[in-house]
Design a protein around this ligand. Structure first.
Ligand SMILES: [Zn+2]
Length: 274
């Protein structure tokens, strides 16, 4: 299973408080780690973002989520130049980055003041965009991020995670007018980033009744609702995946390997991320 890359670009040109951005980024990482689907995400941050970095990093990382954190103005998002001075990037420029290199980007968050117009401009290229009407304080943007990413990493849809972000702002007595823009034909209530691979048939009775019971320490435990055998899939070092069936002999080495490669390859990331 491919992880969804969340690329957060933070611009902190001279005059911007870096520690507030630091704290926000740390909160996002904590929320993603805390959620039940942390294996679904690869959180990447890029600091001191210069305008060309957006093109380079989107091209390189192929993110699913593009998050801009920093300052905004009515004319665009504020990146920084090589000397750390503010440099405004227009919505059209970001839209062209997405059009030319951002086919993987499905969700964009522009958590910066006055980003609503930019958010509308991006909607042609991504399924959902979060923008800000008016201004937003560091506390509000951090609270929103905690609620939003906590929801996403617990399997909530983008629409539900957005509402949880707003709830988190209220709980912290922070206020800002955030908007979730949704492209025509997209259902944000059903748009999640935590889809797990399909569970293969039971290796004992061959019925589609194997259910994930739990996961710990690189082991995935499953129980078959037809034959009631329990099945343990383990990742042995970095070399071999093994399958063990309780109450029966281990499936013979070569068969187990064939079975695992044929049926469990998509689960490798899930098993490894425990
Ligand atoms: Zn079975």
């Amino acid at each position: 299973m491919k992880k969804h890359c969340i690329l957060l670009m933070a611009a902190n040109p001279k005059g911007i408080n870096r520690s507030a951005l630091d704290r926000e980024v740390r909160c996002i990482q904590d929320e993603l780690d805390r959620g039940g689907h942390r294996h679904c995400f690869d959180f990447q941050t890029r600091w001191a973002a210069e305008p060309l970095d957006s093109l380079r990093e989107v091209r390189k990382l192929q993110p699913t989520v593009l998050h801009f954190a920093g300052r905004g103005e009515a004319s665009g998002l504020v990146f920084q130049d090589a000397d750390g001075r503010p440099q405004v990037v227009s919505a059209e420029a970001i839209a062209e980055v997405l059009e030319s290199a951002g086919a993987t980007v499905r969700l964009a968050l522009l958590i910066a003041c006055f980003s609503e117009a930019q958010a509308h401009a991006l909607l042609e290229h991504v399924d959902c965009v979060v923008g800000v009407r008016g201004d937003i304080s560091p506390a509000a943007s951090r609270s929103f991020a905690i609620g939003f990413y906590g929801g996403l990493s617990d399997g909530a849809s983008v629409a539900v995670a957005f509402r949880q972000g707003r709830a988190a702002m209220k709980l912290e007595a922070a206020s800002a007018c955030l908007e979730l823009l949704v492209r025509n034909g997209v259902d944000a209530e059903r748009f999640t980033l935590t889809d797990e691979p399909k569970v293969p048939p039971c290796p004992v009775c061959n019925k589609d009744t194997l259910k994930v019971h739990s996961q710990s320490g690189n082991k995935l435990f499953l129980v078959c609702e037809s034959c009631f055998k329990s099945v343990k899939i383990t990742h042995d070092g970095s070399v071999v995946l093994k399958v063990l069936v309780a109450g029966a002999a281990t499936i013979a080495g070569i068969e187990a390997l064939d079975y695992v490669h044929a049926h469990w390859a998509d689960w490798l990331d899930v098993i490894l991320s425990a």
